[in-house]
Write a protein that binds this ligand. Structure first.
Ligand SMILES: [Zn+2]
Length: 465
């Protein structure tokens, strides 16, 4: 790391209210990489991006921070996460999706709200230090909202909803509405509230339809886990398998009848007026061509979580087919309970290796496409691309810097290649959201990470190994 990085933490602003940061490389994502580039920032907005000398000439009174041998790029957009599950990392590493889901329920019930607050802070601080500036967060306990606010990152915070018993649907819906009102009051300026009906095996068709109506009435975006596992396909198609039996018994839903629907999960959900550009499907591993076509026609976006899907033995979602169909796709780390770390470099690398390996074709995806998916692609999937996802004048100043001083970056032929094949979350040394530095010289400015880590180690003692 260079000495000049020190001046960044002061977050100085020049006499004209402009702050310039420059580096060896700037990747705007929507245009070619700029060698020796700079970004001019005013308040929370990007004013200009271009060659350093041109930017310096344009704003002569600006405060300038030179990051030297680094890459500046838009902050990562993690389309799907569960920050509050950070303390579960490494706990159930070798179980297939069905048994994992059941064992995870046992573990979840052991923690108090206070424990979840600590876990969510652990997750939020990891986001900041790994360059994730926006999360599509699926909230179970609701503690993520506070953590996101303290850490200072941007989010779409989706409230999870569950309910298979239609006799209880009116009550569940009323509770959900009250909760959404509370969340709207609690949320900070950088957070939008959304709704997350959990999955096809935890939410009834009627409840999905009602939630879709509610979301549209409130102007909220919504999302769900969809077609994640073969178990889910089996459950929807034939009403059998672990999700129809053991899981329902575990949750106390074994008194409900379950009709086999004889279709794929994507086809099943299509019948309930759920699909539209305001809806994001997370996973979509077990999909056929007709499913992909149905999602594309309704402009449904997809959160692709390659690492979690592979680790739980679920499979490989057909990302290249999603892209060919013109679907808006972003990467999601999913929960640390399944993917352990929220490292978007790891997601990019896993994606490119899995899809090239599966296709036996090194022409599948490129490093530049992976960075695009991890930034602008995610912004598009969340419906936020008008504000974030690229370094362009008028967009929000959400950006990160990656330190290239290390040997694994030497030499650099192509900055995209270096990021995707060589970088890890530890290489991020600067994170800014809405013009506010949250992390500089690898120091968290909004969170006491040592205190959080110590508390998280205490919470860990409650969990079974
Ligand atoms: Zn998830």
């Amino acid at each position: 790391m260079t000495d000049n990085n020190e001046s960044a933490e002061k977050a100085n602003i020049g006499g004209d209210g402009i702050r310039i940061i420059s580096a060896t490389w700037v990747l705007p994502v929507t245009s070619d990489p700029i060698h020796k580039g700079a970004v001019a920032i005013e308040g929370d907005v990007i004013r200009a991006v271009g060659p350093t000398q041109r930017i310096l000439d344009e704003f002569p009174a600006a405060e300038v921070t030179d990051f030297h041998h680094s890459i500046i790029l838009p902050g990562f957009v993690n389309c799907h996460s569960h920050l509050e599950y950070a303390v579960f990392r490494g706990l159930l590493d070798n179980e297939n999706f069905g048994p994992w889901m059941i064992d995870f329920l046992d573990q979840k019930s052991k923690l108090s709200r206070g424990d979840y607050e600590i876990s969510a802070m652990l997750g939020a601080s990891e986001c900041v230090s790994s360059g994730i500036t926006t999360v599509g967060e699926s909230m179970y306990s609701g503690t993520s909202l506070t953590a996101i606010g303290i850490a200072g990152i941007r989010a779409r915070a989706y409230q999870e909803a569950f309910g298979l018993d239609d006799n209880k649907m009116d009550d569940s819906l009323a509770q959900l509405k009250d909760l959404l009102e509370e969340l709207e009051e609690e949320k900070g300026d950088l957070v939008e509230i959304g709704i997350f009906p959990h999955a096809t095996y935890t939410v009834s068709a009627n409840y999905y339809r009602a939630i879709a109506e509610l979301a549209r009435e409130l102007g909220m975006k919504f999302a769900t886990h969809l077609a994640e596992s073969e178990e889910e396909s089996k459950y929807i198609r034939s009403g059998s398998g672990i999700l129809a039996l053991d899981f329902r018994e575990k949750v106390g839903w074994d008194y409900l009848n379950h009709e086999p629907f004889g279709v794929t999960p994507v086809k099943y959900l299509q019948q309930w007026q759920v699909y539209g550009p305001d809806f994001m499907a997370v996973h979509c591993v077990h999909v056929n061509d007709a499913d992909i076509d149905a999602l594309a026609r309704r402009d449904v976006s997809i959160a692709h979580c390659p690492k979690s899907n592979a680790k739980l033995g679920c499979g490989i979602a057909p990302l290249p087919a999603f892209l060919r169909a013109g679907i808006r796709v972003g990467f999601g780390t999913d929960s640390p309970a399944s993917s352990n770390i929220m490292d978007m470099f790891g997601e990019m690398r896993t994606a490119i290796f899995l899809h090239r390996g599966a296709a036996q074709d090194a022409g599948v995806l490129s490093a530049a496409e992976c960075v695009q998916l991890a930034t602008l692609g995610g912004a598009r999937a969340l419906g936020m691309a008008d504000r974030i996802g690229s370094l362009e004048p008028g967009k929000q100043a959400d950006l990160i810097a990656v330190d290239m001083e290390y040997s694994h970056f030497t030499p650099i032929h192509d900055p995209y290649s270096s990021l995707v094949y060589g970088a890890n979350q530890e290489d991020v040394f600067f994170t800014m959201v809405a013009g506010r530095p949250l992390y500089t010289r690898k120091v968290l400015l909004t969170v006491d990470d040592e205190e959080i880590a110590a508390k998280a180690r205490e919470v860990k003692e409650k969990l079974w190994r």
